[in-house]
Design a protein around this ligand. Structure first.
Ligand code: ADP
Ligand code: ZN
Length: 293
């Protein structure tokens, strides 16, 4: 099977050709400009490539509900020109009849990890990215979770740690998870980019404390069989052992599974198996799912 993949981000688009095993054969990337210009670059890449299906993992919020009148839309983004843009229709009009899979970038990444990566073969998986923003995608008992819209796991309210007076960065909620713990919050709180803080800086202990608090909630609500933590901030690998410790402390023996209570936790909460290809392989997985639909 020849599959097309589009990882649509707020700053850049990555396009690729791959197969049903998640192997990437060819790829290209270009900056996100206007919808018209950006879709033209998509067509320039895929025209004549003879793909069997196309997957699109997209920045959001989006409408991924096939039954909705606004299916295929990027909905309320502040990105100029993209608000209420029907990206699926634009692509479908150019490639009539081509199966197209459309979902959030993080749902795509979760599916890619479940098909090809760190969660291969598992039917309940959480993928969380901690980067410019925080977003989560989930597969629960074999299905990507959408519900009313789609989960927005980065925006839940967390309890702020007593020694952290930071006002929070989220324009909607101030001190939600993203407002406390995404890359821009780290940068504003400490006055330098996260990548410039030393590995033993107290920023990371606080960061792990917030991430563990959020993970406790996901463990208790959707009960994933594996948690994958991606995004730029998670390049700080010293975060992992601190996250394990704080999650175990917080759950306090309540979830009696070895994955939580023992050292097996280091195989329960992991980095993406697909590394920086998680987004593109996620879009390939969405294409594969669309082809099988
Ligand atoms: P995006 O979320 O825009 O797709 P990334 O996942 O790379 O992109 O996230 C970018 C954010 O992650 C920025 O806020 C950046 O400061 C932060 N970041 C990137 N690399 C690192 C690093 N090595 N350590 C800490 N923070 C990082
Ligand atoms: Zn928020």
């Amino acid at each position: 099977m020849r599959l097309g993949a589009i990882e649509a981000g707020g700053t850049k688009f990555v396009v690729a050709i791959g197969d049903e095993l998640g192997q990437v054969i060819e790829r290209d990337a270009f900056p996100t400009t206007t919808p018209e210009e950006t879709t033209q670059r998509i067509f320039d890449f895929f025209d004549g490539k003879d793909i069997d299906a196309l997957g699109l993992g997209c920045f959001g919020p989006i409408d991924p509900d096939l039954k909705s009148p606004t299916y295929g839309y990027i909905t309320t983004t502040p990105k100029p020109g993209w608000s209420n843009y029907n990206i699926v229709k634009a692509i479908q009009d150019h490639y009539p009849g081509l199966p197209i899979g459309f979902d959030t970038d993080v749902n795509g990444a979760a599916l890619g990890e479940a098909y090809f990566g760190a969660a291969k073969g598992l039917d309940s998986v959480l993928y969380l990215t901690i980067g410019t923003g925080i977003g989560g995608g989930a597969i629960v008992e074999g299905n990507l979770v959408h519900g009313l819209l789609h989960p927005e796991m980065g925006h839940m309210t967390l309890t702020q740690r007593e020694d952290d007076p930071y006002k929070g960065k989220c324009p909607y909620h101030g001190t939600c998870f993203e407002g406390l713990a995404a890359g821009p919050a780290i940068e504003e709180r400490w006055g330098v980019k996260g990548s410039e803080l030393s590995v033993d800086h107290p920023a990371w202990d606080l960061e792990a404390w917030y991430i563990a608090q959020a993970l406790a909630i996901y463990v208790l609500t959707i009960s994933p069989k594996k948690i994958i933590l991606g995004g730029g901030v998670m390049h700080q690998e010293q975060l992992f052992p601190m996250i394990y410790k704080y999650l175990q402390e917080r759950l306090h023996g309540y979830v009696q599974k070895d994955e939580i209570t023992t050292d097996a936790i280091n195989n329960y909460i992991v980095s993406p198996g697909l590394g920086d290809n998680a987004g593109v392989c996620g879009a390939l997985a969405l294409a594969k799912l669309a082809k099988e639909r």
